[in-house]
Design a protein. Structure first.
Lengths: 233, 406
């Protein structure tokens, strides 16, 4: 099994008015293909920054980050965009769907940037919506469906490019318990098909769906262990 | 890909209809103004050109200088006014295609029950071809008419209408003053001259006839005006000098003696008039361009607002794999779409405006395909130019900050 993610002494500093503020103090982390880890930690522990770096949305100040064996620091902005397009899928707390487009168009959007022809985009997006149980809602706009449905659509959008890795940042943060469980069941199911998953959450209930638990505190990785009593849907 | 982006741009435009419409209105007014102004300017130019061309092409008008000189110098016998021999000599000159004396006088024309006062022009058989003036009905004037001083008259359209109404006057008898003539033909319509005179209100007779029957004996043999046509426009400058030399020689003018004639180069006059019209077109176009520029600034302004409003959307697009280039293309496309749609509407509005101007103000306007193409290209260019900076700003967003934007 190859590493999907490998970081070596990753640091990140931000320039502030009062000098440089280091939020990650050297994180060594590795994730193998097919793993499912939950990153936990209090606010300000650096977990979001870490996620952004993993998602190629931000770059580390020092250290090495290898995504599927490639050093990300050496990639151009266009190459980074290509990694996001083909290797990565994002699921956000706030769903981040385009409000003016219907669910089908939202899900098809990554395929537009992948230059897939229009007819095929529609077909694949519809298939993906059906996979997450939203087949009949494909022509609804995000505002016309529930939060859980929006998150399902967002997951469908993350999946449509057939990524190796899905990064879910508080995917259940805006949802009630029952809907949260549904979303987590969906994500667990994806992991069962071989997709590597990184989940950021501060709810133990949600984290217990993962196979592994990674805990951050004050910019350091303080705990990294298997989940003993893993919840299965 | 491009079609999808275009579709998205349409949707972005439709999402904020009033704003899009107002932005577009700036372009509509700008392009409309340019099209209208260029049409008016070009119309003026074409009108001037047409009026000058009614005179004929490559024409010199030589006027006798007797007004300045005859009173004093004719007494000494050293000065000549222009005469028919001058015309003959001019016809021999290299580069001269045609030349004709022109003698004007006003007389009362009487035919049947009607009478009408008009200008009688005495000319030779070369005059009508020289002025590019055709005989509409009847026969041409020929050399025999001039040699024999035939009492034939060719009526202008307006004169014929005044005297004969709708009946065919060719072959009819007519009196010019007291002298009986026969109508030989009706001239084709010529329209207004540069000074606004109706050139069709006239009657043309052979120069010899005019000299013998119509003009007072004092002027006999003397000519106030000669029209000369050059073989081609390149010869005009050289020919002017040759004519001057020839006439000075014939009039025995040597050394510092002043010319006793004036040579007017009508081509130069036409050129001046056209240049003025061109300058006017340019000026009008320049003024209209200012509004076009303002329209472009309006687009830039709204695009900047739009980019800020849609920061989050940009973040989403970047996070799912859009390249900066894709974002840049999307926003430029939106700006170009607004400006080009506005531009096309402006073409319509400007053309309609031009039509209304020509209809109500009775002036001629002329919309050239080039001005349409120009306005269209310029509006697309304005979209590109003023859309670039906002799009560049959009593409340069940091994805994380853009995603956090509320």
């Amino acid at each position: 099994m190859g590493y999907v993610i490998q970081t070596e002494h990753l640091t990140k500093s931000y320039h502030t008015g009062a000098g440089d503020l280091e939020v990650l103090h050297g994180v060594d982390f590795a994730l193998e293909e097919g793993e499912f880890t939950a990153i936990m930690g209090p606010s300000g522990s650096g977990k979001s920054t870490f996620m952004n770096i993993l998602g190629c949305l931000d770059s580390p100040t020092s250290g090495v980050y290898r995504l599927l064996g490639e050093e990300v620091e050496k990639l151009s902005p266009d190459q980074l965009a290509e990694r996001r397009l083909h290797y990565l899928g994002f699921v956000f707390q706030g769903y981040n769907l385009l409000p003016r487009a219907d669910l089908l168009e939202n899900v098809a959007l990554p395929l537009l940037y992948a230059k897939v022809p229009a007819a095929q985009r529609k077909k694949e997006a519809q298939e993906m919506l059906e996979r997450v149980g939203l087949g009949p809602w494909s022509h609804h706009r995000p505002a016309q469906v529930s939060g859980g449905q929006q998150q399902r659509a967002a997951i469908a959008r993350a999946l449509v490019g057939h990524p190796s890795l899905i990064l879910a940042d508080e995917p259940t943060g805006n949802l009630d318990t029952q809907t949260s469980d549904e979303i987590m069941a969906l994500l667990s199911g994806l992991n069962d098909t071989g997709i590597t998953l990184v989940l950021v959450t501060h709810e133990p209930d949600v984290a217990s769906y993962a196979k592994r638990l990674t805990r951050f505190r004050d910019g350091l990785l303080v705990e990294d262990c298997p989940v003993t009593d893993r919840r299965r849907p | 890909m491009f079609v999808s982006l275009l579709w998205e741009a349409c949707r972005a435009m439709a999402a904020n209809r009033l704003r899009t419409f107002l932005t577009m209105l700036g372009m509509v007014i700008g392009v409309g103004a340019v099209v209208l102004m260029l049409a008016v300017g070009e119309g003026t130019r074409v009108t001037i050109r047409k009026q000058v061309e009614t005179l004929g092409t490559n024409i010199f008008i030589i006027l006798a200088g007797f007004q300045n000189t005859s009173g004093v110098r004719s007494g000494s016998g050293s000065s000549h006014t222009l005469n028919e021999a001058d015309v003959e000599a001019l016809l021999e000159l290299d580069g001269v295609a045609r030349a004709s004396p022109v003698v004007n006088n006003n007389l009362q024309l009487v035919a049947g029950g009607q009478n009408w006062n008009t200008m009688i022009i005495g000319v030779n058989e070369l005059y009508l071809p020289l002025r590019d003036w055709e005989v509409g009905v009847g026969r041409d004037m020929d050399g025999l008419d001039v040699q024999s001083a035939s009492r034939m008259v060719w009526l202008g359209q307006s004169t014929a209408k005044e005297l004969y109404g709708s009946t065919d006057p060719v072959g009819q008898n007519i009196r010019l003053g007291q002298v009986p003539f026969t109508v030989a033909g009706i001239l084709a319509p010529k329209g207004q001259s540069l000074d606004g005179r109706d050139q069709d209100d006239t009657a043309i007779v052979p120069i010899t006839t005019s000299q013998r029957y119509l003009v007072g004996s004092y002027f006999r043999g003397q000519i106030r005006m000669i029209m000369v046509q050059a073989e081609n426009p390149q010869l005009m400058d050289q020919l002017e000098e040759d004519i001057r030399t020839l006439l000075r020689e014939r009039h025995h003018l040597t050394g510092a003696a002043e010319d006793d004639f004036f040579i007017n180069n009508m081509s130069a006059l036409m050129e001046t008039a056209e240049n003025m019209a061109k300058a006017m077109t340019l000026l009008l176009g320049a003024i209209a361009s200012v509004s076009l520029c303002v329209g472009g600034i309006g687009i830039m302004n709204i695009m900047l607002v739009s980019v800020t409003e849609r920061t989050r959307e940009i973040g989403i697009r970047l996070s799912i794999g859009a390249r900066q280039k894709d974002i840049l293309t999307q926003f430029i496309l939106e700006a170009v779409l607004v400006s080009v749609t506005g531009g096309l509407l402006g073409l319509g509005t400007g053309s309609l405006g031009a039509f209304l101007v020509s209809y109500f103000l009775k002036t001629s306007v002329f919309i050239t395909p080039a001005s349409l193409l120009l306005s269209f290209t310029v509006s697309a260019g304005i979209g590109l130019f003023f859309g670039f900076y906002p799009a560049y700003k959009a593409a340069g967003q940091n994805p994380i900050e853009a995603l956090r934007f509320q």
